[in-house]
Ligand binder design. Structure first.
Ligand code: CA
Ligand code: CA
Length: 295
């Protein structure tokens, strides 16, 4: 149960923070839930330059992730370009929080040190393991474990596509311009401002109109849901796959390892959830509207 601001007090906040520092699960959960509103009062500020939606930012105390408020709305999901993207259909997305950046090696390192979770296979690869680069080699269940630890979740692919396309603006690519070239995204090869053969530091390229970085390229991003033919199956979202194994899960956004067509907002890439690849990462989402209700 999330308490109202009137039910919170400074002692609660301080106690929860100390428990968080002590590393107890109870303390962390309480901090994220019971203390979230007071925290929000301190850290949520309007995002400059994101005037169309006046996005707000929430910083998760568990890992420092900045999440932007994505106002809900309706959009046309899919495309007529590939069979698995057909038919184009209207989907309603409720407002939610989405990570401004992909989860980094630095953040994942904190997760590993606290939980003892297994290291991903490319953890010692100097081409991929720099702290400010996105973590790669992530299985779907690794991402799920991280999300559970951090008190968040993965986005559904409907949420992901809606956010990448900047809502009803329906961009073709999740870049600053809605188009793609090597000056505004990291995908296969080197040219222009894309000087990276492998991953690039998160946020190296301009954000899309909702303030989100690397929605086109860098690492591919796991979504929460199981792959199904369209139309998008809302009842499958987002928590009903926990007891399933070896399902085909969806990744979105393309990566450093693939060409620009895979970076389209409607492109669907699926993998068995237990497989690990050097282009597979993730970003996190959150539905908690108790943190703050945007104007
Ligand atoms: Ca590149
Ligand atoms: Ca990406």
């Amino acid at each position: 149960m999330v308490r109202t601001p009137d039910e919170m007090n400074t002692h609660d906040f301080a106690e929860a923070f100390m428990m968080l520092r002590s590393g107890t699960e109870r303390g962390r959960n309480r901090f994220l839930l019971g203390g979230s509103f007071m925290l929000a009062l301190m850290v949520i500020v309007p995002l400059e330059g994101n005037d169309p939606d006046q996005a707000l930012v929430f910083t998760n105390p568990a890992d420092g992730t900045e999440l932007l408020w994505i106002p809900g709305g309706e959009f046309s999901m899919g495309s007529g370009l590939h069979e698995d993207e057909m038919p184009v259909h209207r989907v309603r997305v409720e407002g939610f929080w989405l990570g401004k950046y992909e989860i980094t090696n630095r953040q994942y390192s904190l997760f590993l040190s606290v939980t003892g979770h297994n290291e991903p296979p490319f953890w010692d690869d100097p081409l991929l393991n720099r702290p400010d680069h996105p973590v790669t080699g992530i299985k779907w269940k690794d991402a799920a474990a991280y999300c559970e630890w951090a008190g968040v979740r993965m986005p559904t692919e409907a949420e992901w596509e809606y956010a990448a396309a900047a809502g009803d603006r329906q961009l073709d690519y999740g870049t600053a311009t809605g188009q793609i070239d090597h000056d505004i995204a990291n995908y296969a090869g080197i040219s222009g401002k894309d000087c990276w053969e492998f991953t690039s530091p998160v946020g190296s390229f301009p954000a899309n109109p909702l303030g989100l970085h690397d929605m086109a390229g860098n690492t591919w991003e796991w979504c929460s849901n199981i792959w199904h033919p369209y139309p998008f199956n809302e009842p499958d979202e987002p928590d009903q796959g926990e007891n399933r194994t070896n399902e085909m899960r969806v990744m979105r956004g393309g990566s450093w390892h693939f060409g620009p067509d895979y970076c389209r907002v409607s492109d669907r890439h699926n993998h068995r959830e237990h497989l690990m690849y050097d282009y597979a990462g993730f970003r996190v989402a959150l539905s908690d509207t108790s943190i703050i209700v945007p104007p």
